[in-house]
Write a protein that binds this ligand. Sequence first.
Ligand code: FAD
Ligand code: SF4
Length: 489
Amino acid sequence: MPERMQKFVSIDRGLAAKRAAKERVQDHREILPDFAAEPAAAQASRCEQCGIAYCHIYCPLHNNIPDWLKLTAEGRLEEAYHLAQETNNFPEICGRICPQDRLCEAQWACTLEQSGHGAVTIGAIERHIGETAWKEGWVKPRRPEKRTGQSIGIVGAGPAGMAAAEELRAFGHEVHLYDRYQRMGGLMSYGIPEFKMEQYVVARRARLLTDAGITFNGGQILGDNLSFNQLQERHDAIILAYGAHRPRQLGLNGEKLAGVIPAMDYLVASSRAQIGESEAPKINAAGKRVIVIGGGDTAMDCVRTAVRQGAASVICLYRRNRANMPGSEREVAHAEEEGAIFEWQSQPEALSGVPVEIIASQLESVRRNGAIRTVRAHRTDLVADGDGGRLIPRKKPFSEFEIAADMVVNALGFLVDDAGPLTGGRVGMSERGRVAADRTTRMTAADGVFVAGDARLGPSLAVHAIREGRETAAMACRYLEQARAVVSA
Ligand code: FAD
Ligand code: SF4
């Protein structure tokens, strides 16, 4: 074992200093800077270099983590980057936005975390490797050495579509990405706020794809100004990677009041203002008493965006407790530092205010002032479901309470758009409401039409979408290869 590694005994876990909460809520910029070279090498040298590397197993991309940590500790960053890039198309993106505390740095994934020494800061080091590669000019477009003469159309330019496009192009196919938006990135551009990842990070990866020869067609909406027939006429294979964006309904009285907003509308409006597509956010929490309903990462992003927009107060209502929330603990801690208040074990039961229908003639004023007035909620007790699954919230008797609100954000999660109407009925949905496809080949009921990312998995993570993009691209390549063999036979 080289002397350079296993320094966890003498070096504590550490990250680059986070910007102070008071300062960071004044803007939308990233809250964590990149490591400098020396601390990155020192942190990487803490790795125990386990015989069986659970971090490698629990990383959805099965990154060769111990190997690139060792290369980083030895200052061999170019080699580290090439190794990282072999399994992950966007290392500096995952290094920023993966919930590492639930993946590679979790107690079950890093032996050091389990033994109480604190996990290796794998995500931050992956980011450092990627950032160094960009600075040094080691990141190059993956142009093909040969051409297959076959063409593939990908609907959705999120992480799944982008990763699939890069792989397919490198293999020699002509690749066209279609998206309703004018930029690539999907939720990485229009959902995930800049305080988690600034836009230049996605934009330079998007440029790399076009430099590799991939054609990006923005403003193209499948089922609207782009038909499935057109796609089939133009391409030898199609990948549906259109994500999961349809909001779950709150199912509460008062849901239609003005001022009750789906999370995606809120975050897209904020992102558009940040990236200069609109002058100011169309939905703005400034001066308002904001309530966010939900306990996932989307809810955290809404809470923290509202704080930055200058909300008078921001309260997050979640029906389970902190230990049982789906979002990352790290994000909750950030939100708390920034002044958000969490009402744990609190379930909304009705929204009340001035119904828009009654005062339709004053709609503008209602919108400006917010028609929602109060959220009525109750506390919950958490009970075991008997199957060892997540605790189930039950209403606690006589625990109702009301909170005043000018704006309520529904962050209960998302559903996948029905593929039926988008494809003229040729692609169906599973019982679980995802685009149905063969588990192994990823092919839908339509020949040569594949699915990847959230559209297949339901709302998930960028790292899962990247894996999906890579795996589906491999399946599509195999299909196209067989098609070539038939033609030449
Ligand atoms: P998407 O990223 O959703 O991309 C799909 C693309 O398809 C979009 O660009 C969309 O415009 C386009 N599209 C949709 N319908 C059509 C159509 N009919 N025609 C043409 N184009 C269409 N994951 C993390 O790992 N870390 C995080 O911190 C994190 N934070 C998140 C915060 C929020 C607010 C949200 C909503 C999600 C977050 N996620 C996070 C999840 C992650 O962003 C997604 O899992 C991931 O982006 C899914 O990738 P995808 O490529 O499958 O779909
Ligand atoms: Fe960890 Fe995500 Fe990087 Fe995998 S891709 S090593 S889970 S940060």
